[in-house]
Design a protein around this ligand. Sequence first.
Ligand code: SF4
Ligand code: SF4
Length: 298
Amino acid sequence: MKQLVILSGKGGTGKTTVAAALAHLASQEGAIVLADADVDAANLELVLDPVKREQHEFMSGQVARIDAERCTACGICAGVCRFDAVVEGEIYRVDPLACEGCAACFYQCPEAAIQMEEQHAGRWFRSDSRFGPLFHAHLFAGQENSGKLVTLVKQQGRLLALDSGAGLLVVDGPPGIGCPVIAASAGADVALHVVEPTVSGVHDLGRIMGTTDHFGVPSLVVINKADLNTAISGEIAAFCVERGVQVVGRIPYDTVVTEAMVQGRPVTDYADGAVTQALREVWARISERLFPAREERR
Ligand code: SF4
Ligand code: SF4
């Protein structure tokens, strides 16, 4: 089973458009499983219109909770809390968004009025899409540990792919270069970087490639809306040549991408124009890299 992760150095580069299109094209050649690892803003489901089959709670980290019945309002907990998470008053309480779960107050309370409780930080789902099972999640606002939830979503996808004999796990990664990106990329056979020809494009690409290189994940690059600035697209291509990284395609700008999104469909499943053609070529090159034997048989 192969694992393809789709990444971008920043949000809004068309990563999910590319991920949905590749899921559509890959599913025409064999069984696949999908994981939306962008748990802060999961939107693969908007394009794939899946049916939810399972819902699970995601518990993570701890927060303090004060038992008002036992609390004598001595103020010790507020004094030891370095995060200003204890709200003082006649009744003391903890602001769960400010609490870092350090438990200093728990150990210092003379009345044993404080409990440390696991936080309900989000939910994860198993759904069915037209192109294969989809694992996705929603991290509640203000919650941390998105790397842990990304790992969980990806592991579930990986397990199902292995159990069901699916040949490919497609992971729509989170944007940026932080911990969730590392969690999404771990163990991938190929990272496809989606970049747009903007002033910060080369810089963003360099940063994200630095992350995937560090973890030994081979890179491929696709330039989205490449015709909007051919000079910068050229700079990106030159940067890739310098780094020995293949540019697997240049997708032209076309409003058909937005139309397809509004219809809740991957663009390759919606219209057969230049964008779809470019994405077919992108998939063919990725497939060559992931499944050389399959390509030789063609
Ligand atoms: S330390 Fe305990 S008793 Fe004192 S204010 Fe805090 S919760 Fe209440
Ligand atoms: S657990 Fe730590 S951060 Fe949370 S309220 Fe207690 S002292 Fe403050």
